[in-house]
Write a protein that binds this ligand. Structure first.
Ligand code: HAM
Length: 406
């Protein structure tokens, strides 16, 4: 038996219905904030991803040359392609631009629970608003999209400026090394790495910054920064809206395009892969041939949200099964069309078997069975049976539709 590729999943109808239900809730919340859905190609020129991150990123992507020898990559995330599209198609549109997307993403990672090679992100990008209000809007939108998904999570909001300020005198390679260690909260590693360059004091400051929970404490550690007012104004908006979050100036983020505000959310019932959202402000458009425009956005790990919320069936919808005799088949098709026009899921009998066997099969799923034999075909009626109560009556198609829709 052939198997699906490693790190991918199949979704059966029950699961797909739940996914579509959650997707729709997310789209609706984004729409209410003015975010309109867009779509970009699943594969892009490899360069779109290496231009910022360098060739090292290739080992984490699905890359290939097409038959014309062009180096391509399956998208590992949504943001770069969205900004490429903005530069190609939309740079004359009036800003800010609010876009959202649900996109399948591909990463060549070691699969484990919550970490797949094909996964979906629900993302939003706000392009061309370089203000604390824009940063705040994106965090509030993320919260508003995630809350109705019935996942319990903690939101951490931070900013890169204080940490970068503390690290400013270190060589770029050393800065990256320290930031990667801080991302893992490996303070011993940070201390050892800084001891090697005789800068023990900095290790203490960094640990204090990562652990501080108010902006006042943060600026007491790192001193006044040009970004101070910006950070304070954003925090004031979030607090004014009574958002439940914690300040976390230790957020580093894995992708390297972030420039200012950064935020992440963690589900409280997932294991190691518990980050269900990541985002922040960034600049990418100038790398793709556009002018230097500031953007802010997030990507929600849709699959992790689905795992975290567990099985919650979408609201039940009526299911009708038509059982019929061969001579009544034309009438059965017409009745099916009338029920579908009324928006009702209606399944016809397709197999050549007796009414009894058909009803037994229908009883497994359908709330109502329409029995259509020669008498019903001649009189242009149906016999409708309510499977929950066992009641049945012969009536017109319109009456039967009404019976199901009440
Ligand atoms: P990211 O943090 O790399 O950010 O991914 C966003 C979310 O996608 C993660 O928080 C996680 O929930 C989910 N995710 C990542 N990798 C996997 C995987 N292998 N399997 C399942 N879920 C995964 C971005 O991608 C940025 N584009 C977010 C952004 C948008 N920043 C600004 N705008």
């Amino acid at each position: 038996m052939l198997q699906k590729p490693r790190g991918t999943r199949d979704f059966l109808p029950d699961e797909m219905e739940q996914r579509r239900d959650v997707e729709q809730t997310m789209r609706e919340a984004a729409r209410r904030w003015g975010y309109r859905e867009v779509c970009t190609p699943t594969f892009e020129q490899q360069e779109l991803y290496t231009i910022k991150s360098g060739n090292a990123i290739i080992s984490e992507m699905y890359t290939f040359n097409d038959k014309g020898g062009r180096p391509l990559a399956l998208r590992p995330e949504g943001t770069a392609a969205i900004l490429r599209m903005y530069v190609n198609e939309a740079k004359v549109m009036s800003k800010p631009i609010r876009w959202c997307y649900l996109a399948d993403c591909y990463r060549y990672e070691r699969p484990q629970k919550g970490r797949y090679r094909q996964f979906w992100q629900f993302g939003a990008e706000l392009i061309g608003a370089d203000t604390p209000a824009a940063d705040a809007e994106i965090v509030l939108l993320a919260d508003e999209i995630l809350r109705p998904s019935q996942v319990r999570f903690d939101l951490h909001v931070g900013h890169l400026a204080p940490m970068k300020h503390l690290l400013r005198d270190l060589a770029p390679g050393k800065q990256q090394e320290i930031m990667a260690l801080l991302d893992k909260r490996n303070f011993e590693g940070v201390a050892a790495s800084l001891a090697a360059i005789k800068n023990e004091e900095l290790a203490g400051e960094l640990e204090a910054l990562v652990n501080c929970r108010t902006v006042d404490d943060a600026f007491a550690i790192c001193g006044d920064l040009p970004e101070k007012t910006r950070i304070e104004e954003m925090i004031a908006i979030l607090d004014g809206q009574e958002l439940a979050y914690q300040l976390n100036l230790g957020i580093v983020r894995g992708l390297d395009y972030y420039t200012g505000m950064v935020f992440e959310g963690f589900a409280d019932n997932l294991g190691a892969e518990n980050q269900i959202i990541g985002g922040g402000s960034y600049r990418l458009a100038h790398l793709f041939g556009g002018e230097d425009v500031s953007s802010v956005g997030f990507g929600i790990g849709f699959d992790r949200v689905m795992v975290a919320r567990g099985e919650i069936a979408p609201p039940a919808q009526p299911v009708v099964a038509i059982v019929s005799t061969p001579e009544a088949q034309d009438w059965a098709f017409s009745v099916g069309r009338a029920f579908r026009s009324a928006g009702i899921r209606t399944e016809l009998n397709l197999l050549e078997r007796g009414l009894g066997a058909q009803i037994k099969h229908a009883a497994k799923r359908a709330g109502w069975v329409l029995v259509i034999g020669g008498n019903e075909a001649a009189a242009q009626t149906v016999t409708i049976k309510n499977m929950a109560t066992g009641e049945q009556q012969t009536c017109t198609v319109q009456e039967a539709v009404a019976e199901v829709t009440v």
